[in-house]
Design a protein around this ligand. Structure first.
Ligand code: 5GP
Ligand code: ZN
Length: 116
């Protein structure tokens, strides 16, 4: 069920504009509004799930689909061979600000580990 207060559900519905780079029956991918790398794409499920913490084993196809879609977008975008970072910020200490599960796909530069 879409959450009427969720900005990512509104992006899926087209009520908030975004630059989509990929979509299919399970997910939508679009450029982050405040990019942290030359490529910074968010991949979100069409199904509203608050966070990874709220995902359950019955969501495994949805979550797996997001991850494999991130890898496919990285290859299609041309930065897979150099490398990239995928991030799922979860809850407060994880730095999550939008509570609709999303994968950050960051590419086009080198990243340090551990992240801050
Ligand atoms: P989080 O902090 O929850 O892991 O990531 C939320 C991300 O959503 C942030 O990187 C932020 O820049 C991005 N974001 C927030 N609002 C919007 C929006 O309206 N449009 C787009 N494209 N990205 C957004
Ligand atoms: Zn949502």
């Amino acid at each position: 069920m879409p959450d009427e207060n969720c900005i990512f559900c509104k992006i899926i519905a087209g009520e908030i504009p975004s630059t989509r780079v990929f979509e299919d029956e399970n997910c939508v991918a679009f450029n982050d509004l405040h990019p942290q790398a030359p490529a910074h794409i968010l991949i979100i499920p069409r199904l509203h799930i608050d966070s990874l913490d709220k995902a359950r084993f019955e969501d495994k196809e949805t979550v797996g689909h997001l991850l494999l879609t991130a890898a496919e977008i990285a290859r299609e975008s041309g930065f897979a061979e150099n490398g990239y970072r995928v991030v799922i910020n979860t809850n407060s200490d994880g730095g999550q600000t939008v509570f609709h599960l999303h994968i950050h796909l960051l590419g086009g530069r080198e990243f340090v580990f551990p992240p801050g």
